[in-house]
Ligand binder design. Structure first.
Ligand code: ZN
Ligand code: ZN
Length: 116
C-alpha cells in the first residue's frame, strides 16, 4: 500500500511527542546510497551530518502503526515491538503488550529529565 518515497527536497520530520523537528532526506525502508541496508520498518532517515562517509545515516523516527503520528526513536517517544508504536498508543493499549514491555514502560519516570 505505502510506497517508498524518495524525497530529494528537504522535508521536516517532527516528533508529535517531544516536538523534535529536524530535516530528513528519506522516508522508507532502504535509504539511498547505502549498500545492503534494509531497515526493519519505514523510517525517517537523514544523512549523518557528522560523518564524511556517504553511507552513514541516522534514523530519526518513524510513524506509529496505530495512529500514524510521527514519533522519534527516543525511548520516551516511541517503542519498537514488531512495529513502531508511539508512547501515547503504548500507554493507551498497554495491557495488549507483553509483560516485559509493560514493566519497561512502568519503569519510566512520568516527567522527562531535561535534555541538555
Ligand atoms: Zn520525540
Ligand atoms: Zn500512536
Amino acid at each position: 500500500m505505502e510506497q517508498e518515497v524518495y524525497a530529494p527536497q528537504q522535508n521536516t520530520f517532527t516528533c508529535v511527542l517531544c516536538g523534535l523537528s529536524t530535516p530528513f532526506t528519506y522516508f522508507g525502508q532502504k535509504p539511498p546510497n547505502t549498500r545492503a541496508i534494509v531497515l526493519l520498518e519505514e523510517c525517517f532517515v537523514t544523512r549523518d551530518p557528522f560523518s564524511p562517509d556517504k553511507e552513514r545515516f541516522l534514523v530519526l523516527g518513524s510513524k506509529c502503526s496505530l495512529c500514524g503520528s510521527c514519533a522519534c526513536v527516543g525511548s520516551d517517544c516511541s517503542l519498537f515491538y514488531t512495529t513502531r508504536f508511539c508512547m501515547r498508543c503504548v500507554n493507551k493499549n498497554l495491557e495488549q503488550f507483553p509483560a516485559a514491555i509493560q514493566s519497561e514502560v512502568a519503569k519510566k519516570p512520568t516527567s522527562k529529565p531535561a535534555v541538555p
